[in-house]
Design a protein around this ligand. Structure first.
Ligand code: ADP
Length: 879
């Protein structure tokens, strides 16, 4: 506080309150933390909101209690800020820009930073293993039907900046994949369908509406040119002015507004090419539990099994790789070559990983250097990390694969910088730069001198105390220091009469008196200025160090990226070696051959003793569709998911859990798995199932892999069979995708006799004493249909009930005969196979349901029409 400002909150007309009002006007959607001395204060509605959110006491700044106020101590502010951000708030920090002790008049204040969920850089607030993206969306307007949507996402904590132009219908999947913490939309979109989509896909993300001019292409281009200091965006492959340029400009403008500091670590824009990677629907990513399970937890996911990375950068890159498997054979081979060499050369792998273990989160440290938020501990960690680089490089020296040789070439070392950082900073520096004590002795002569002065001053005190005690004859005389009065001489009342004339009384205590002398005053000035000057000098030395790092930003970032990649390849190799995985052969045709394959996650989690039973997958252009039957819990879902996961792993560049794997490139993996109600969105299980089926039938190509688990379950049996049947036919005859279809409708297995591309598999089960033994072995043919009742008996359902159930089943099956037979595919059927001896499937009499089914144009059907057709179909089938 300066003399001109009272320690009580300012009245409306004070200059401070005018500053408050101005800052609040500029940041209306953020809570304004207004610095007043040792506190950040909030006023008006902000105070009420923060008091509620943080459990603070709401006070008032005026007697009339018209202006609510709440505050938090500056020293404890971090914890409060984190809590507010976690609740989705934004916070603008308005600081005192002049040192209160030196200010002659009004203290200058201004907003130095706006904290928002998508723009954080502090380790404590971030997940080390996931990026923290801010994403700007430039959606096509109503009049620009044909245009793509522009997306730009930037991780301020690492400097990664990516843009993509995507088809409007893919926006939702991209949003889900990038999973930003905050989304920017232009003002005016508040009630739009796009805003609704964002809320729906990213319920936890903050949405910020930005001025529409920031997404205008010209303004956006200007912002980008200026930031990257280039004359055109050609270097980034962005000269055609796609919508993503507008989005990128808006993101950059928002960073400038909120950060108010250098963004020197945002050195380039990457272009994400959707065609180069496999598209994974949001539902597919969730169902296959790639990086996260449905409940949001991270254990027992594909990532948790393959992540043995040593650095946070590697962890983030591996996550990216799994979420965006590649579609180019060459790019996949490049990764696999690297993994293979690291699998084969155990020494290389061990040494590289050991050295990587000494490397800290370079990307995030560099981001804090650029934004001028790096702490002394950050720079020390950087120094240690850089000094480990030669030890990462050395084992790579003999690498023969192109992949590792390239990485080795791109890996720069920074011995001089490492040396300078470690030689300058003390071993255990304080977390902040203002307190001093961070620079080693011997680094700077002037600093050493000032420190000597301060230290000698302390010796001087001891000598002075001894001299004064001797001179006055007061043995208990003490020289002390406190913040308010500075240095003083303390004499107990018992010796009051011995106090010499030169002592000036300063403070009276219960049993002592405190004095000052001119010598003590003079000394005090010397000490204080020496300390202060030393601290200031240390701050400057630190800034110089930080600047030296900032000057090498681009090459340092490039090295961090190389380290991340070596880390990921070594992690994949480590898992492959430890779990006996093999290198998949990548083909351009429609083969999917997995010999003795295992589910990577289920296998890793099987509790003691239990062994995972390996199984084969064999699909190709001719035999494309496998129908898998078997009782509940037999292992059908595990089998089909396993196939999908192995394809993802292979195309991400990983080895796979199998004895042999041949994977023809897959462009997309589609899943329809489990009966997952989405009541929150007002959709029934059946509706969700059907819209997913519709999506697959419309979008899957001959290059896709389709995983279907129990389609048509959410409706009546006839409905279900009808749908399962028709879907399979369509996949076979129109789509041509490789398909694994687990179903409990044994009727559908008939299709294997109708369509050459379809074949049957089932999961072997044996009865063993009183229980069923699941053999987990996938074998050709269909399952014995009576397992439901069988299992009921084994579970102890009374014999009478079991017997009655068999009777009912027989009756039902007879009644069903006509309709089920009518559902046979249009081609003439050969005789039913031996294991279907139930006599249900006599050669098909012509039936109107079949005609109706044939007439359906599935591709053009809306879900509503589909339901209507189904009802019709059902009526027809029931005669
Ligand atoms: P279904 O889909 O047929 O109902 P699941 O695929 O859910 O059956 O499998 C049931 C359980 O059996 C799973 O929880 C899994 O732990 C186990 N399991 C499945 N396949 C195997 C296998 N090949 N080896 C060992 N255990 C398996």
């Amino acid at each position: 506080m300066s003399a001109s400002e009272s320690p009580t909150p300012p009245a409306a007309e004070t200059p401070a309150m005018a500053q408050y009002a101005a800052a609040k006007r500029r940041h209306p959607d953020a809570l304004l933390f207004f610095r007043l001395g040792d506190f950040y204060e909030l006023f008006h509605d902000d105070a009420k909101v923060a008091a509620e959110a943080l459990g603070l006491t709401l006070t008032a700044r005026d007697r009339e209690r018209k202006v609510p106020m709440a505050g938090v101590p500056v020293r404890a502010a971090d914890a409060y800020l984190r809590r507010l951000l976690a609740q989705g708030f934004k916070v603008a920090i308005c600081e005192q820009l002049t040192d209160p002790s030196e200010a002659k008049g009004v203290i200058e204040r201004d907003v130095v930073r706006v904290l928002t969920p998508g723009t954080l850089t502090e380790d404590e607030a971030l997940d080390p293993r996931a990026a923290n993206f801010l994403l700007a969306l430039r959606a096509p307007g109503r009049k620009e039907r044909r245009r793509k949507a522009g997306l730009a996402w930037v991780d301020l904590s690492t400097g990664r900046f990516v843009v993509a132009d995507v088809e409007p219908e893919s926006v939702v999947d991209e949003l889900a994949r990038v999973a930003p913490a905050e989304v920017l939309l232009p003002e005016g979109e508040e009630g739009s369908a796009w805003a609704a989509h964002v809320k729906d896909v990213l319920p936890r993300a903050a949405i910020t509406f930005v001025p529409p001019w920031t997404v205008e292409e010209e303004a956006a281009e200007r912002a980008l040119l200026e930031h990257f200091k280039v004359a055109t965006l050609k270097a980034f492959g962005l000269d055609r002015m796609p919508p993503s340029v507008a989005a990128a400009g808006a993101a950059l403008e928002y960073l400038r507004l909120t950060q108010r500091t250098s963004l020197g670590h945002v050195t380039r824009i990457e272009r994400h090419d959707p065609a180069g990677t496999m598209v994974l629907e949001r539902s597919t990513r969730r169902r296959l539990e790639i990086v996260e399970r449905a409940d949001g937890s991270r254990d027992a996911t594909l990532l948790s099994v393959v992540d043995r990375t040593k650095t946070p950068m590697g962890g983030r890159m591996l996550r990216d790789w799994l979420l965006a498997p590649l579609t180019s054979r060459e790019a996949i081979q490049r990764r696999l070559d690297g993994v293979e060499e690291l699998v084969q050369d155990a020494f290389l792998r061990r040494d590289a990983r050991a050295a990587l273990g000494e490397v800290r989160d370079l990307e995030r440290i560099l981001a804090r250097v650029a934004t001028q938020r790096a702490s002394p501990r950050d720079l020390l960690a950087l120094g240690h990390s850089l000094s480990a680089l030669p030890r990462v490089l050395a084992p790579l020296a003999g690498a023969y694969s192109r992949t590792l040789a390239d990485l080795r070439q791109r890996l720069e070392t920074f011995d001089d910088l490492a040396q300078r950082l470690l030689a300058t900073l003390v071993d255990d520096p304080p977390p902040v730069i203002t307190e001093g004590g961070l620079v080693r002795a011997g680094v700077d002569a002037q600093l050493d001198q000032l420190r000597d002065l301060a230290r000698n001053a302390k010796d001087w005190i001891a000598a002075y105390q001894a001299a004064e005690a001797a001179r006055t004859g007061i043995a208990s005389l003490k020289v002390g220091y406190n913040k308010v009065f500075g240095y003083y001489i303390e004499v107990t009342h018992a010796h009051r009469d011995k106090v010499p004339a030169g002592y000036v009384r300063k403070q009276t205590l219960t049993n002592a008196e405190r004095y000052v002398t001119p010598e003590l005053d003079e000394h005090e000035k010397k000490v204080l200025t020496a300390d202060e000057r030393a601290r200031e000098l240390e701050r400057r030395l630190f800034v110089a160090l930080r600047t030296a790092v900032a000057e090498r930003m681009a090459p340092l970032q490039a090295t961090a990226a190389v380290l991340a990649e070596v880390d990921v390849l070594a992690s994949l190799a480590e898992v492959a070696a430890a779990r006996d995985w093999v290198r998949p052969e990548i083909l351009e045709d429609r083969t999917l051959e997995l010999r003795e394959s295992r589910h990577p996650v289920v296998e890793a989690l099987l509790a003691g003793g239990e062994r995972f039973v390996p199984n084969d997958v064999a699909l190709d252009a001719e035999k494309r569709i496998a129908l898998i039957t078997g009782p509940n819990m037999a292992g059908k879902s595990t089998y089909i998911r396993q196939a999908a996961l192995l394809v993802l792993l292979a195309q991400a560049g990983s080895f796979v859990p199998a004895a042999r794997a041949r994977v023809g490139l897959v462009d997309r993996v589609f899943t329809r798995v489990g009966a997952e109600d989405d009541l929150a969105r007002g959709q029934s299980t059946f509706m969700v199932e059907m819209s997913e089926a519709a999506l697959i039938l419309r979008q899957a190509s001959a290059r896709s892999l389709v995983i279907l688990d129990e389609i048509g379950r959410g409706t009546s049996t006839f409905d279900g069979i009808a749908i399962a049947w028709a879907v399979t036919e369509y996949l076979s005859e129109v789509v041509g995708a490789r398909t694994l279809f687990a179903t409990h409708y044994a009727e559908v297995t008939q299709l294997a006799d109708e369509l050459p591309s379809v074949f049957n598999l089932n999961v072997a089960v044996r009865e063993w004493g009183d229980s069923i033994v699941f053999l987990r072995r996938i074998q050709p043919g269909t399952a014995d249909r009576s397992y439901g009742i069988h299992v009921a008996r084994l579970a102890g359902v009374p014999d009478a009930v079991v017997a009655r159930a068999r009777e009912v089943l027989a009756t039902l099956e007879q009644a069903q005969g006509g309709a089920a037979a009518a559902l046979k595919a249009p081609t003439p059927a050969p005789a039913p196979p031996r294991d279907l001896q139930l006599g249900l499937f006599a050669p098909p009499p012509p039936h109107p349901a079949v005609e109706a089914l044939r007439a359906v144009d599935v591709e053009r059907l809306t879900p509503r029409e589909a339901l209507q057709r189904l009802a019709d179909l059902k009526r027809l089938s029931e005669g």
